[in-house]
Design a protein around this ligand. Structure first.
Ligand code: ADP
Length: 899
């Protein structure tokens, strides 16, 4: 028996979905092996073919060596169904599941000559286990049958010669067809009389006569077991081939016979029309189709393939492939089939999409793994293709779905992790926010108001420590009992409405003492997963300080208002943007307006005596602009009775909130009474001075007379005493004149009598007089250019006299006093410089005020009116007076007059 004798069988073996390896019975050397076997084994062909079987499969030897050996001894096959095998495949140890058979193959003598190893890997079939299990059972069954077939199949050969067709050669296989019957040496029809007269005999004779061979397939040959016995129906494949002699004449017939009876006995009765091969193929889980010739005629097809094509057998057998499936014309299959037939190459494609157009026009997308194996005909050319394919649409779709799910999942995972991350971050941020918030924040959970979160600020406000976290609010702050807060929180909890309050007052225990605390608070309900209020967020700002300081301000305002009322002071303020003013009732009263009606600034200024109006308006403007304080007295004519009143206004601009926002306000006092007193005093002084002047003048006259008389009489003592007396009287006269001038000044009666005179001439006169008067000092009048001025000569002389008098009064004796006169283009400047005690800066500014005297200016007596009067005189002349000094180093007094 030689399997390779049938090319189709060889191809089937090679492209069978199961692994096949044929071993010699002695020595178990692998003589034939198909690719599937090598693939399952995971070994290269060279390491299996021609090798002792247990060399490549050392790892399985321990388990199966005996079973293999037993097959030869017992002549019985060994089956291993779905066993696990630890195999080293492609260098990697793997646990695989296989079904395999060690099947004995018998030789002529009935001895086991070969052992066939059939192996099917089940590892990948886990998902379709049941289907595969059924299939493998079918395969196993079929394999058994095949095995039987192989075991029984034998090709008998006989040679008949001569007209008598005498049997010349009979091989053991042939003999086996007719065991015990004498064939050799006998004429054919004598040995097999039952053939005689049949069409087989006829055909045989025809071959002998014509030389044309005949072939019978599945031919029924009624034949008896023993000569002359009853015939039985037996089936054979056989051929009669002419044997030619040296001259080309037929001299005998070679008969190849192959009994297929047992095959038929089992198959034919059940399925006459279907070939054994188709049966096997139909059992396969793979789709199989045999396509022949250029037209791609479908010659054979199994059920699985029909199912895949959605066709029945009649629609496809004997039809061209593209006629059956015209929608595959633009897909690569027809081209590939023709290529295989042209080149003999094997095409193996994995996961190829195949698109079918369904009856309703929709596209059915399928996926297959397929192999195109070329089929050789008798002449050795390829004229057909064995197509084996596995539909894996479900697997591909499942995988695609899986990939999509995996993608989606990983996408979702990514998102999840991103949002998780975000969540974690935002949670952390939230916590950080709460802890670091500059306001008090707490979270109260549930109806019990469990303190779930409380930042340091809220703990500070509550006067508690973090120990209260986890406690109900009523227990954490027991002092809240009787206060409105728990009730308010409860309302928020039931209504779901936030609660806001400003400057709400709470009594909270801080370190054992109840403390009054004011705060602005928000109770914000926070919904839980079910939408109902789960927590309340408490945000509070402690405003106790603000409230307290505002209360203080309010208190201060009240005190001030009371003081203002008590002092009978009028108040007013002006908006610096709109210049709209507000006045107090008292102010309106002072000006003689209806106290109940607000008045305008113009109305008020209208009541001011005209001579004060510009001054007042200017000060208002300046003070509003510069922010200087101001203090000015002025007269008004009351609106209602027209009476003259003296008022004094004091105030300043206040910066309110920003540097550009001001309030300009002040108070007004009625000083009429004070003014009147002053006037009375002035009148009195004026009157007294005036009254004193006349007796003093005569006193001075008498004293001068006495002085001259004593001089003549040489009475030195009397001369000196009288000279001093005259000096004193002169001083007194000056003083009284001063008082007189003041009273005149105040009543507005000061009189400037301007004449045009030459100043240096006046200075020369004064030099003579003063040198005598102030002989205690070194008086130096510096010469100057002639300069004419238009002024009150006597009063200018008084001013100079006053300055020189002060210089001598406030500097030690024998020091120098300089009098300068410098004239420029339009003015003349006179200055008096001494080396005296000097004046502090802060005093310099006030020297020219009435009655102002520097404190601690020694024992020098005076009234503080000399410089006041001097300034008045100079200002009445349109000039200016000032002083420069440094304490301890002396002073210089200047005045300037227009020329
Ligand atoms: P009286 O000299 O009568 O006090 P004045 O009005 O003349 O009044 O001067 C005011 C004050 O100015 C004086 O009290 C004195 O303190 C100060 N004073 C005036 N002149 C001088 C000066 N030359 N040196 C130092 N202090 C002076």
């Amino acid at each position: 028996m030689n399997l390779q004798d049938s090319p189709l069988l060889q191809t089937i073996v090679d492209s069978a979905p199961i692994g096949i390896c044929i071993l010699s019975a002695e020595g178990f050397v692998a003589e034939m092996v198909n690719p599937q076997f090598l693939e399952i084994a995971g070994k290269p062909k060279a390491s299996v073919l021609g090798k002792w079987y247990w060399e490549p499969f050392a790892e399985a030897r321990a388990d199966y060596e005996k079973a293999l050996a037993d097959v030869v001894i017992t002549k019985k096959p060994y089956y291993a169904d779905e066993v696990s095998l630890r195999l080293i495949r492609h260098g990697i140890e793997e646990l695989i599941y296989v079904t395999f058979v060690y099947a004995p193959v018998f030789s002529d003598d009935g001895a086991v000559s070969k052992v066939a190893v059939w192996v099917l890997e089940n590892t990948d079939q886990v998902r379709e286990r049941e289907k595969m299990a059924a299939a493998s059972a079918a395969i196993k069954q079929e394999r058994d049958r095949l095995y039987e077939f192989f075991r029984q199949a034998s090709i008998g050969i006989s040679v008949m010669v001569g007209e008598q067709l005498t049997v010349e050669l009979v091989n053991s296989n042939y003999q086996e067809i007719l065991p015990g019957r004498q064939l050799l040496g006998r004429p054919f029809f004598e040995a097999l009389p039952e053939i005689k007269g049949t069409h087989i005999a006829e055909a045989l004779m025809q071959v002998y006569h014509t030389g044309i061979p005949v072939e019978f397939r599945d031919q029924l040959v009624p034949i008896s077991q023993h000569e002359h016995g009853a015939t039985t129906d037996r089936y054979f494949n056989f051929s009669y081939l002419p044997r030619f002699d040296g001259e080309g004449k037929v001299d005998g017939i070679v008969n190849f016979a192959y009994e297929v009876t047992s095959f038929f006995q089992s198959k034919l009765m059940a399925q006459q029309a279907t070939s054994n091969l188709e049966q096997i193929l139909n059992m396969l889980p793979a789709s199989v189709v045999v396509i022949k010739g250029d037209d791609l005629i479908v010659e054979m097809i199994n059920e699985s393939n029909l199912c895949y094509w959605k066709k029945n057998r009649d629609e496809v057998i004997g039809k061209p492939f593209l006629e059956i499936l015209p929608d595959l014309a633009d897909q690569p299959f027809a081209g590939q089939l023709r290529r295989v037939m042209q080149t003999g190459e094997v095409i193996d494609v994995k996961e190829s999409p195949v698109l079918f157009t369904e009856a309703d026009g929709t596209i059915r997308e399928t996926f297959v793994d397929y192999t195109y194996q070329p089929l050789e005909n008798l002449t050795g050319t390829w004229d057909g293709v064995l197509v084996m394919s596995f539909e894996i649409t479900d697997r591909v779709q499942a995988r695609r779905l899986l990939e999509r799910y995996a993608n989606e999942l990983s996408g979702a995972n990514d998102q999840l992790s991103v949002s998780n991350n975000k969540l974690a971050k935002s949670e952390a941020r939230f916590k950080f926010l709460i802890q670091e918030a500059p306001v008090a924040i707490g979270v109260l959970h549930g109806r019990e108001f469990i303190v779930e979160t409380a930042n340091q600020k809220v703990l500070d406000v509550w006067g508690k420590t973090s120990k209260i976290i986890g406690m109900p609010l009523s227990a954490a702050l027991p002092e809240l009992k009787g206060q409105p807060f728990l009730g308010l929180l409860d309302d928020v909890y039931t209504s779901g409405q936030a609660f806001y309050a400003n400057e709400i007052r709470a009594m909270l225990e801080h370190g054992g003492e109840l403390k009054e605390i004011f705060f602005n608070v928000v109770y914000q309900p926070v919904a839980g997963n079910d939408g109902a209020v789960a927590d309340i967020l408490v945000v509070a700002v402690d405003v106790t300080q603000q409230v307290n300081s505002r209360k203080k301000v309010e208190q201060a305002e009240l005190t001030m208002r009371l003081a203002i009322e008590a002092g009978n002071v009028g108040t007013w303020s002006v908006d610096t943007d709109t210049f709209k003013q507000t006045t107090s009732l008292r102010l309106r009263e002072m000006f003689g307006f209806n106290p109940d009606v607000e008045v305008s600034l113009e109305d008020i200024i209208g009541q001011v005596s005209p001579e004060y109006q510009p001054q007042l308006a200017a000060i208002f403007k300046d003070s509003a602009g510069t922010g200087d304080t101001y203090d000015i007295s002025f007269t008004i004519n009351r609106r209602d009775d027209g009476k003259l009143r003296w008022l004094r206004v004091l105030g300043s601009r206040n910066t309110v909130e920003s540097a550009t926002q001001f309030s300009f306000s002040g108070v007004i006092l009625d000083i009429t009474e004070g003014k009147r007193d002053e006037q009375r005093k002035g009148d009195f002084i004026g009157m007294v001075s005036h009254e004193l002047k006349t007796p003093l003048t005569s006193l001075k006259g008498y004293l001068q007379l006495l002085h001259r008389k004593a001089e003549k009489g040489g009475d030195n003592f009397a001369t000196n005493a009288l000279e001093n007396s005259v000096k004193q009287v002169r001083q007194m006269t000056t003083m009284i004149n001063g008082f007189l001038n003041i009273s005149r000044l105040e009543s507005g009666k000061i009189h400037i009598e301007r004449t045009s005179f030459e100043l240096t001439a006046l200075l020369r006169e004064l030099e003579v007089e003063h040198k005598m008067l102030y002989s205690s000092h070194d008086l130096v009048f510096h010469p100057a250019d002639e300069v004419w001025i238009n002024a009150d000569r006597e009063k200018i002389a008084q001013v100079i006299n006053n300055l020189v008098s002060n210089a001598s009064k406030y500097s030690p004796g024998d020091t120098r006093i300089d009098v300068f006169c410098e004239s420029a283009e339009e003015k003349v400047r006179i200055s008096v410089r001494d080396q005296g005690i000097g004046i502090k800066q802060e005093d310099i500014e006030r020297l020219f005020e009435r009655y102002y005297r520097v404190e601690n200016n020694g024992l020098v007596s005076g009234f503080g009116i000399g410089l006041y009067l001097s300034a008045e005189v100079i200002e009445h002349h349109g000039g200016k007076i000032w002083a420069e000094s440094e304490p301890g180093k002396g002073s210089t007094f200047f005045f300037e007059l227009p020329v």
